[in-house]
Design a protein around this ligand. Structure first.
Ligand SMILES: Nc1ncnc2c1ncn2[C@@H]1O[C@H](COP(=O)(O)OP(=O)(O)OP(=O)(O)O)[C@@H](O)[C@H]1O
Ligand SMILES: [Mg+2]
Length: 250
């Protein structure tokens, strides 16, 4: 019998902000997570089918949940995965240096993955194509109220055109795509989840999201400097700005 039919209890996780729905559930006395999304998102980096495939590919490369089952109903994709444990990265915010060091550790682990054998692309050509798809179907986050205070756009079409006309050159690495609040730490080790947007992308994609979070938590600009010192690279502000803007309508 399929695992989806063996679930005995479900509890909706309220944390998710994406169009996916996440449920904590029980099968044979064990806790799993069930993630579902409407098939209208199948060709996008929200796809749970894509997430399951990435998760399988990453099994021997990073700490990620194990795929128990991927399946489809008439209008949805679903994934049942093992529970990962540990403390959520945001729980470390009160100790800034530790918080920043875990962001750096997570990024370095992602960069250590050999992309020559990776078939998942999250590069700008596909990200802009999917954004166009989302905009055309009213599935994009076009409400400027949800955007960053620093974003000097109010019209979705103008922001989209600007993103198309100002594409930076890409320095390719393996990228998480939504790294900010999407990992746990247990015994000093990183456990990644929310993997649907993983793939080959510009290294500044993940850096930008870390910078956005560091700025949100700590008004003191020194912490951003410390982040780059730990990372061992100089900040590229135009690229950081670009990837923060790219995320506004997702
Ligand atoms: N395998 C797992 N093990 C433990 N907790 C999980 C697992 N998968 C999801 N969660 C919990 O459910 C929450 C939502 O999951 P996830 O981030 O995948 O959904 P999402 O809809 O893409 O969320 P968001 O848009 O907020 O990033 C996570 O923040 C985490 O607390
Ligand atoms: Mg998430």
């Amino acid at each position: 019998m399929k695992y989806i039919n063996r679930i005995t209890s479900v509890e909706k996780s309220l944390e998710g902000m994406s169009p996916a729905e996440v449920y904590k559930c029980r099968i044979d006395e064990t806790t799993y997570y069930l993630k579902t999304i409407n098939k209208v998102f199948s060709q996008t980096t929200y796809s749970v089918k894509r997430e399951a495939a990435v998760m399988r590919w990453l099994t021997d490369k990073l700490n990620v949940p194990e795929v128990l089952e991927y399946g489809e109903t008439e209008d949805s994709e679903y994934l049942i995965m093992s529970e990962i444990r540990g403390r959520h990265i945001d729980d470390f915010a009160e100790t800034p240096l530790q918080y920043i060091s875990y962001l750096v550790k997570a990024i370095k682990q992602l960069w250590s993955i050999d992309i020559s054998q990776c078939n998942f692309s999250s590069r700008l050509d596909m990200r802009l194509q999917e954004l166009d798809y989302l905009l055309q179907r009213n599935l994009a986050d076009v409400d400027a109220v949800n955007w960053q205070d620093t974003t000097n756009f109010t019209k979705p079409e103008e922001l989209y055109l600007w993103l198309c006309n100002n594409r930076p050159p890409e320095e390719l690495v393996f990228s998480h795509g939504d790294i900010g609040a999407n990992f746990f730490v247990a015994d000093g080790e990183i456990y990644f989840y929310d993997l649907a947007r993983c793939g080959i992308a510009d290294k500044w994609q993940d850096i930008a999201f870390c910078v956005r979070d560091i700025r949100d938590y700590y008004p003191d600009a020194n912490y951003e400097r410390i982040f780059f010192e730990m990372l061992g690279i100089e900040p590229d502000y135009p690229k950081i700005d670009y990837y923060i803007l790219l995320d506004e309508m997702f």
